[in-house]
Ligand binder design. Structure first.
Ligand SMILES: NC(=O)c1ccc[n+]([C@@H]2O[C@H](COP(=O)([O-])OP(=O)(O)OC[C@H]3O[C@@H](n4cnc5c(N)ncnc54)[C@H](O)[C@@H]3O)[C@@H](O)[C@H]2O)c1
Length: 323
């Protein structure tokens, strides 16, 4: 089976590519490297290009038969999406439509979409299940929800089958230490905490007066390889003809910012300097997934659910020998 991975040079996509290769799939990666890394693509054919190049997409689908497409390519910074919505709607929504159109034109029917917890907005109840109202509060989340709705319409009209996977906080790294998180700028908590451990420059904790046991925000961290396994199961589900679906993917277990820092201190053996700042606007107290549906329908069981393991894999990557 041949899978096209769009955005396969990025953090989650590169782990996916490695997993697909290990399971014997033929893999082609399309990435424009606006945020990805060529050397992160291991064991796959690499095509340098942008989703917005319709001729390139058509040539790619003309030349190869793909049994499925996984779409990781998007801009990912919530704050930037508020300042530059045009950039986000163009890349994350319009260019995604080009990809879907190429799939329809070339009769490729199976699509896995990287969606996000941001489609839900401020949670009305926690844990958040799939039926929770979708009220995104920023252009990043709104764009992802637009694509989810577009996919419902493309299924009805063109028979394009899609599974939308709504990740909560992707975290961790390749257990073999070959891949990891390399965002620039980095906005995710675990790599920032680990960089505070190595640099001894303090990490800022935003808000200590939330309605949580220790006053800091609670988030649901899901290992990047567990996300990869969910993608494989979702693709198989489409190949089995079960039809389109959407799943929330998380551990179902929230950890506070303080818990993450304390666990990182234990894993690394380093002091981690901390300063305390004000709450940031738009940061809910708790974001935790109800992932029962993914477990029941896909038979998905996160293997690296333990926070210390997630941090240990990320630490192995952060402290790798860099040439
Ligand atoms: N990291 C998380 O915690 C998280 C949480 C929820 C959802 N997601 C979603 O998962 C996906 C992957 O996230 P990530 O953290 O791996 O991001 P990333 O920035 O590391 O990877 C995105 C990749 O897509 C490529 N790309 C972007 N626009 C492109 C375009 N127009 N044409 C071709 N390539 C393009 C980039 O070069 C990069 O390699 C994204 O869609 C993101 O919205 C991530």
């Amino acid at each position: 089976m041949h899978v096209l991975v769009v955005g396969g040079a990025g953090y989650i996509g590169s782990h996916m590519v490695k997993l697909l290769g290990q399971r014997g799939f033929q893999v082609t990666v399309l990435d424009n490297l606006c945020a990805g890394h060529r050397d992160a693509v291991q064991g796959a054919r690499f095509v340098l290009g942008d989703l917005g190049e319709r001729d390139l997409l058509n040539a790619l689908f003309q030349a190869e038969h793909f049994d499925g497409v996984m779409h990781f390519a998007s801009h990912i910074q919530v704050g930037e999406s508020v300042r530059e919505p045009a950039k986000y709607y163009l890349n994350n929504v319009f260019k995604t439509q080009y990809l879907l159109d190429a799939m329809v034109a070339h009769r490729v029917k199976c699509f896995i979409f990287s969606s996000t917890a941001a489609i839900f907005g401020e949670p009305l109840r926690v844990p958040i299940d799939e039926d929770h109202p979708k009220q995104p509060i920023n252009p990043y989340g709104r764009g992802k929800w637009m694509v989810e709705q577009m996919l419902q319409d493309y299924d009805l009209a063109y028979g394009l089958k899609a599974v939308c996977l709504r990740y909560f906080n992707a975290a961790g790294a390749d257990p073999e230490g070959k891949l990891g998180e390399r965002h620039d700028p980095e906005t995710h908590l675990i790599p920032l905490v680990l960089r505070a451990a190595t640099s001894q420059r303090p990490i800022t904790v935003f808000g200590t007066d939330y309605d949580t046991p220790d006053g800091t925000c609670i988030r649901d961290y899901i290992h990047v390889n567990d996300l990869g396994e969910a993608h494989l199961l979702a693709l198989q589900r489409l190949w089995d003809g079960v039809g389109s679906a959407a799943y929330n993917l998380g551990n179902g277990n929230g950890f506070s910012v303080r818990e993450v820092i304390d666990t990182a201190r234990k894993v690394t053996g380093c002091e981690i300097p901390v300063v305390y700042g004000e709450r940031r606007p738009g940061d809910p107290a708790r974001l935790v997934a109800d992932a029962h549906r993914a477990r029941a329908d896909l038979g998905w069981t996160p293997r690296y659910a333990d926070l210390a393991t997630i941090i240990a894999h990320a630490w192995q990557w952060e402290t790798r020998a860099k040439s």
